[in-house]
Design a protein around this ligand. Structure first.
Ligand code: KG4
Ligand code: ZN
Length: 331
């Protein structure tokens, strides 16, 4: 089954072709980061308008690099939520219109399920069951994953998501958007431990998280001191260390609680190299394998949506054929 995947939930337009027998044939992403950077965050109306501009050229690009003809497409999967309402509507109306024109079924996909299954696109893919740590700009969740569609929430953030904490802290340190990579770059030149930040809920005994207090602790330091360059580096390093330490401890506790030996990490924060370093080391000591999506599929992309849609279509047999649609921004 040849599935076209469309992603447009936030500030990346992604298009991909996944074949259930041959794997990922090709994908293309257009990131709007440069456009939103001047505003310090994503401007929803600008995001929607840009998705409109990018979708057809990206589809043409993917068809041309894969040598596929539109008429060979068997089904179309698209992100139906959660995300920005206008941005989602662009992808959904594009996908459903194309589905109508080509007379093929469509499959609305949950964006987080796309992230969750994305490590299965890696060469050395995990097998079910596993625990998934989902760390994106909007979510921080631990899931027990027994199969496609078989997910049990083990714990989640009670306030800010990990990526959101990176983004908000980056703003406090005068860094641009998106904050995660900016903090990581600053942290690489700093020393963790020079400042002491809390490790929220590290010993709470459950698998929930809380990151808003960490951001407030950074605010207190920034407000009370005029930081020089070295101090900014050290503060960024300590912040990254604090988030990382809590994520590592809780993720491994979740794997042990389930009695599994595989952990999957997905979502934008999963691109953080310090998180990977600490997680790999701690997991190796416990005999746990950690799986990540290929690096170019860590942030938003169409490949994970095409893959997830294909799995759902194979499991549920039929897709949607009415081509009526609605999006679910808070799904
Ligand atoms: O999964 P994603 O691309 O979009 C959402 O679904 O939210 O995740 C975006 C988030 C942003 O908060 C961004 O700052 C964070 O992932 N991020 C990182 C890194 N790269 C992206 N956070 C920490 N370190 C990184 N290297
Ligand atoms: Zn995402």
């Amino acid at each position: 089954m040849l599935v076209l995947g469309i992603e447009s939930s936030c500030d990346e337009t992604g298009v991909a072709l996944y074949d259930s027998l041959r794997g990922l044939l090709g994908h293309a992403i257009y990131s709007q980061i440069d456009m939103h950077e001047a505003y310090g965050g994503v401007v929803p109306e600008l995001a929607s308008r840009d998705h409109i501009r990018r979708l057809i050229p990206l589809l043409d690009q993917v068809l041309s690099i894969t040598g596929v003809d539109k008429k060979q497409i068997d089904a179309i999967a698209y992100t139906a939520g959660p995300g920005l309402a206008g941005a989602l509507l662009v992808g959904a109306s594009f996908a459903e219109s194309l589905g109508l024109a080509l007379n093929v079924p469509t499959m609305p996909v949950h964006h987080l399920e796309g992230h969750l299954l994305s490590p299965l696109l890696a060469a050395d893919a995990p097998t079910f069951p596993f625990v998934a740590l989902l760390v994106s700009g909007g979510h921080t969740q631990l899931m027990r994953v027994s199969g496609v569609g078989k997910y049990e929430l083990l714990g989640e953030t009670l306030d800010d998501a990990a990526g959101e904490a990176f983004d908000k802290t980056a703003k406090l340190l005068g860094l641009g958007y998106p904050g995660g990579p900016a903090i990581a770059r600053l942290a690489a030149k700093g020393i963790a431990g020079c400042y002491k930040l809390p490790r929220p809920m590290l010993r709470s005994g459950d698998l929930d998280f809380s990151f808003s207090g960490l951001k407030t602790a950074v605010l207190t330091v920034v407000r009370d001191h005029e930081l020089n360059e070295t101090e900014r580096h050290d503060l960024a390093a300590e912040f990254q260390e604090a988030v990382t330490e809590v994520l590592v401890a809780k993720a491994l506790a979740a794997v042990e609680r389930c009695g599994f030996d595989q952990l999957v990490v997905a979502g934008g924060v999963g691109a953080n190299l310090r998180l990977r370093e600490r997680l790999n080391a701690a997991a190796a000591r416990r005999g746990i394998r950690v799986h990540y999506p290929p690096l170019d599929l860590c942030t938003d992309n169409g490949a994970m949506i095409a893959y997830c849609g294909a799995q759902r279509l194979l499991a549920e047999s039929a897709g949607q054929t009415t081509h009526a649609f609605c999006v679910r921004p808070r799904w």
